[in-house]
Design a protein around this ligand. Structure first.
Ligand code: F6P
Length: 355
């Protein structure tokens, strides 16, 4: 492949903290090579506009607080599948060719796609027919992108959830209550596990592992010596609902809280953290990861690489083929280091892999 002279950068999927650090680093690195950089707005959606919704990226619009700013200056989307794009009449049409045509029409020779595993799958499918080289940068608070130990945005979410536990701990202590914190993560328990360890949780319930409410209640009674005491429980949003809890409208955290109150006799309350985990200023590690990933993405394109995703592996920035990523989300391993850590700390983390 010839080295590109004009590249596009876009963010795709749910936002998180640290995206702007990636955009900034990739732009700096590309501009430093004398390339022209175009920001594509709102993921693939801006490419379906007439004219395409794009913004030039250069040293001027990178200055200021970009590194510190949450969200994404380019906007993003989780909607409008280009292979089944909903029209005004609700009819779905394949507009993937229009996305490709817009990229080619803009004279963009290569792309940096900042997204989760779903976005990697989407762009692999979108760009392959046009043979447009691209490099992916993994981001998601869920940390469920295969092939990388950490994705941009994860540690900010862990920080927010850990700080929430710090605050819940003092009110839990004052009232001798169980405090349940429900965190995001989709079908993975990474946020729950890391924040639970950092925030001193007694119980961490994750979708990957089966749990038994009687065993959880027994664990709570054991750590409290059977007297009302502060107890911190972290529940991942993707956890399966207990069979005994039929209030489908309550959140999973509420359901677990109600069951634990019933089974222990201790007062229990639930907090659902929600999108707070995605917003605001990125923590330093997300800025470091974002900066290193953005710069590496450009080095890969400069080396003529295509269909690679940058990754954090064994404490280093590395890269892997996108075909290793498109197989779907990754999950917390039963024998992973942090699971072993949690067990050694005496935290209840379930009864073993979920069926
Ligand atoms: O994938 C990121 C994430 O925040 C998940 O943790 C959560 O389940 C989902 O997105 C929420 O999506 P939305 O912002 O569309 O409600």
């Amino acid at each position: 492949m010839t080295k590109p002279k004009k590249i596009g950068i876009l963010t795709s999927g749910g936002d998180c903290a640290g995206l702007n650090a990636v955009i900034r680093a990739a732009t700096e690195a590309a501009v430093g090579r004398g390339w022209e950089v175009v920001g594509l707005r709102n993921g693939h959606l801006g490419l379906l506009n007439t004219p395409p919704d794009v913004v030039p990226l250069n040293a001027d619009n990178l200055r200021g607080d970009m590194l510190r700013a949450g969200g994404t200056i380019l906007g993003t989307t989780t909607k409008g599948d280009p292979f089944a794009y909903p029209g005004p009449d609700g009819k779905k049409t394949d507009r993937s060719g229009d996305v490709l045509a817009a990229i080619q029409g803009l004279g963009i020779e290569a792309l940096v796609v900042i997204g989760g595993d779903g976005s990697m799958r989407l762009f692999d499918r979108l760009l392959s027919p046009g043979n447009i080289p691209w490099v992916g940068v993994p981001k998601t608070i869920d940390n469920d992108v295969p092939g990388t130990e950490f994705a941009v945005g994860f540690f900010t979410a862990v920080e927010i959830a850990g700080q929430a536990l710090d605050r819940l701990a003092t009110t839990a202590a004052s009232h001798r209550r169980i405090m349940v914190l429900e965190v995001m993560g989709r079908d993975s328990g990474y946020i729950a596990l890391f924040a639970g360890i950092a925030g001193g949780a007694d119980v961490i319930l994750m979708p990957e592992f089966a749990y038994d409410l009687d065993a959880v209640a027994a664990h709570v009674r054991r750590v409290t010596h059977d007297r009302p005491s502060p107890v911190l429980v972290v529940v991942a949003e993707g956890l399966k609902r207990p069979a005994s809890e039929r209030r489908e409208k309550s959140s999973i955290g509420d359901a677990i809280s109600a069951e634990l109150q019933k089974r222990t006799g201790f007062d229990s309350r639930c907090t659902v953290l929600g999108h707070l985990q995605r917003g605001g200023t990125p923590v330093m590690f997300d800025r470091i990861l974002g900066s290193a990933f953005g710069a590496r993405a450009i080095s890969l394109l400069a080396a003529g690489e295509n269909r690679r995703m940058v990754a954090w592996r064994g404490g280093r920035v590395s890269d892997i083929p996108t075909t290793d990523v498109t197989s779907g989300p990754s999950f917390v391993g039963a024998d992973s280091q942090m699971m072993r850590t949690a067990r050694r700390l005496g935290i209840y983390v379930g009864e073993g892999p979920a069926a």
